[in-house]
Design a protein around this ligand. Structure first.
Ligand code: HAM
Length: 436
C-alpha cells in the first residue's frame, strides 16, 4: 500500500472546495487593491535560492540534478522568481508593478504542527515604489485578505519590525556591517531556542569570540522589547549625532507608515514589535508577520521590504515590498475558531429521469441547460422517484427538474424548488428563464 509522503497533503473534494474558496477570496481581495495575477515556475536553478534566500532555506531545499545535469530545486518561495521576472522586463513595465500569485511551495522542513513540506502560499508584492505608502498598501492588503476569510481582531495581529532600525542599532553597538545579516538570523531564533544556545549563535554570527556576544545579548533583549516610537528614540540617547539624525529620519517613516495604516482602516491590527526581523536574507526595511492571537501564536503570513534583490539578480535596482501568506496555518486557525469556509459546489439542478424511454430527451435538456450556464447532474440509471429525490437532496441541488412521459407530450417538465418546496410545470424553452 502506498502512503502520501510526509508533509504532503491530498485534497479530497470537501477539502479542495474549502481551499478553492480561500483562494477565491484572496484573489478577489488582491484584485480589489489593483493587483494582477502572475505565475512563476515550480522548478528553478538551485542557485537562485541558495544565493538569494538565505541559510535556513538552503538546508530545506528539495534539490536534485535533472537529466541535463543541471542543479535544480523545487521553489521554497516565489520571491526570487518574481524579482527575476520583473527585473527582466523592467524597462517596458508600467510602475508600480503590483502582482500577486497563489501556488505551491516546497520546503524539506522538520515535521511540526503548521509546517508541511508542500504548502500553498499567496504572495502579493509591489515593485518599483520606494515610498512608505507601498509598505502601508501591502500591510493593508495582508490584513484585508485575512478579514476576507472572516477573521478579525480577536484572531490575529500584524507585528511590525524594522531591519533598517536594526542596522542602525547594530552599528551603534559596534557590530561590523558584514555581520549584521548573520546577527539578524540569530535574532530571528530568539525565544525559539534556549538563551545559552542563543549566545552561542550570536558569537558564531560575530565570527568567533570577540567577547561581544554576552554584552550584545543584553542590549538586544532591551532593543527587542521596544513597543513604541518613544522607546525607539530613547534607546539611542547616547548615540553620535549622525546616528541620531538617521534615527530621526527613520522614526518619521514609522510615523508616516502608522498614520497611513490608520487611514486605511487597519491601524488597530498593527503592533510595533522590533523582535520581528524575519529569517530570509533579502529584507532591507520594514518587516512584518501576521500572527494568530488565539491558540499557539503561529505565523499566518510574513513579508517586508527588499530593495536590493532585483539588483542582486543582475538587473537594474528596483525597490520592492511584499508578503507571503500560507494556507496551512490559516486553515488551522479557521478551524480552531469555528469559521470554516467552503465554496458552494452543489449543482443548480438535479434532473430526474422518469423512465428509460425519456432518457434521450432528458440528455438533450441536460445539455441545453448546461449550455445556458446551469450546473446540472442526473442519474445514469433511472431508479425510483424517491431514490432520485434522495440523491438530489444529498447533492444539495437547488431545483429538481423532472422529465417524465406525462409532461413530455406538452414539451414541458415539472420543476420543484428543493428549498421552498414550490412546484410548477414549465415548457422546455422557458426553463432557463424560469430557473434563473
Ligand atoms: P516566509 O515567512 O518564509 O516568507 O513564509 C510566509 C508564510 O508562508 C509563513 O508565515 C507561513 O504561513 C507560510 N509557510 C512558510 N513555510 C511553511 C511550511 N513549511 N509549511 C506551511 N506554511 C509555511 C516568504 O516565503 C517570503 N517569500 C514572503 C515574501 C513575499 N516576502 C516578500 N514577498
Amino acid at each position: 500500500m502506498f502512503k502520501t509522503l510526509p508533509g504532503f497533503r491530498e485534497f479530497y473534494p470537501d477539502d479542495y472546495a474549502a481551499r478553492e474558496d480561500m483562494f477565491a477570496r484572496w484573489r478577489r481581495t488582491a484584485r480589489s487593491f489593483g493587483f494582477e495575477e502572475f505565475s512563476p515556475p515550480v522548478l528553478e536553478q538551485t542557485e537562485l535560492f541558495t544565493e538569494k534566500s538565505g541559510e535556513e532555506i538552503k538546508s530545506q531545499l528539495f534539490e536534485f540534478v535533472d537529466k541535463g545535469g543541471r542543479a535544480v530545486s523545487l521553489r521554497p518561495e516565489m520571491t526570487p522568481s518574481l524579482a527575476r521576472m520583473v527585473g527582466a522586463r523592467a524597462g517596458g513595465m508600467r510602475r508600480p508593478v503590483k502582482w500577486f500569485a497563489i501556488g505551491e511551495n516546497y520546503r524539506y522542513e522538520r515535521q511540526q504542527k503548521g509546517r508541511l513540506r508542500a504548502f500553498f502560499q499567496y504572495n502579493a508584492d509591489i515593485l518599483g515604489e520606494e515610498s512608505v505608502g507601498a509598505d502601508a498598501e501591502i500591510i493593508a492588503l495582508a490584513v484585508e485578505s485575512l478579514r476576507a476569510l472572516g477573521l478579525g481582531r480577536d484572531e490575529f495581529r500584524i507585528r511590525l519590525g524594522d531591519r533598517k532600525l536594526w542596522s542602525l542599532f547594530l552599528n551603534a553597538c559596534g557590530v561590523p556591517d558584514g555581520r549584521s545579516i548573520q546577527v539578524l538570523s540569530a535574532v530571528d531564533k530568539f525565544g525559539k531556542v534556549p538563551p545559552e544556545a542563543m549566545e552561542e549563535m550570536l558569537a558564531e554570527a560575530l565570527n568567533g569570540g570577540s567577547g561581544l556576544a554576552p554584552v550584545l545579548m543584553d542590549k538586544i533583549r532591551r532593543f527587542m522589547s521596544i513597543g513604541d516610537i518613544d522607546g525607539m528614540l530613547d534607546i539611542f540617547k547616547e548615540a553620535d549625532s549622525d546616528c541620531r539624525a538617521e534615527l530621526e529620519r527613520r522614526v518619521s517613516d514609522w510615523r508616516e507608515l502608522l498614520s497611513a495604516l490608520d487611514a486605511l482602516g487597519v491601524g488597530g491590527f498593527v503592533v510595533p514589535d522590533l523582535g520581528i526581523v524575519r529569517g530570509l536574507a533579502y529584507y532591507t526595511g520594514f518587516v512584518f508577520e501576521a500572527f494568530q492571537s488565539v491558540g499557539k501564536g503561529r505565523a499566518l503570513a510574513g513579508g517586508g521590504r527588499y530593495d536590493a534583490l532585483v539588483g542582486k539578480l543582475g538587473y537594474q535596482d528596483m525597490p520592492a515590498v511584499g508578503f507571503g501568506m500560507g494556507d496551512v496555518t490559516v486553515s488551522d486557525l479557521l478551524e480552531l475558531v469555528g469559521k470554516k469556509i467552503c465554496a458552494d459546489t452543489s449543482p443548480d439542478i438535479y434532473l430526474v429521469v422518469g423512465s428509460e424511454d425519456v432518457r434521450p430527451k432528458a440528455l438533450e435538456i441536460a445539455s441545453a441547460l448546461r449550455s445556458a450556464g446551469f450546473s446540472l447532474d442526473y442519474p445514469f440509471k433511472s431508479g425510483s422517484f424517491a431514490k432520485q429525490f434522495r440523491q438530489a437532496d444529498a447533492l444539495k441541488a437547488k431545483f429538481a427538474v423532472i422529465i417524465a412521459q406525462d409532461e413530455l407530450g406538452r414539451n414541458a417538465a415539472k420543476v420543484k424548488n428543493l428549498k421552498s418546496g414550490e412546484e410548477f410545470e414549465c415548457g422546455f424553452s422557458e426553463l432557463p428563464s424560469r430557473l434563473r
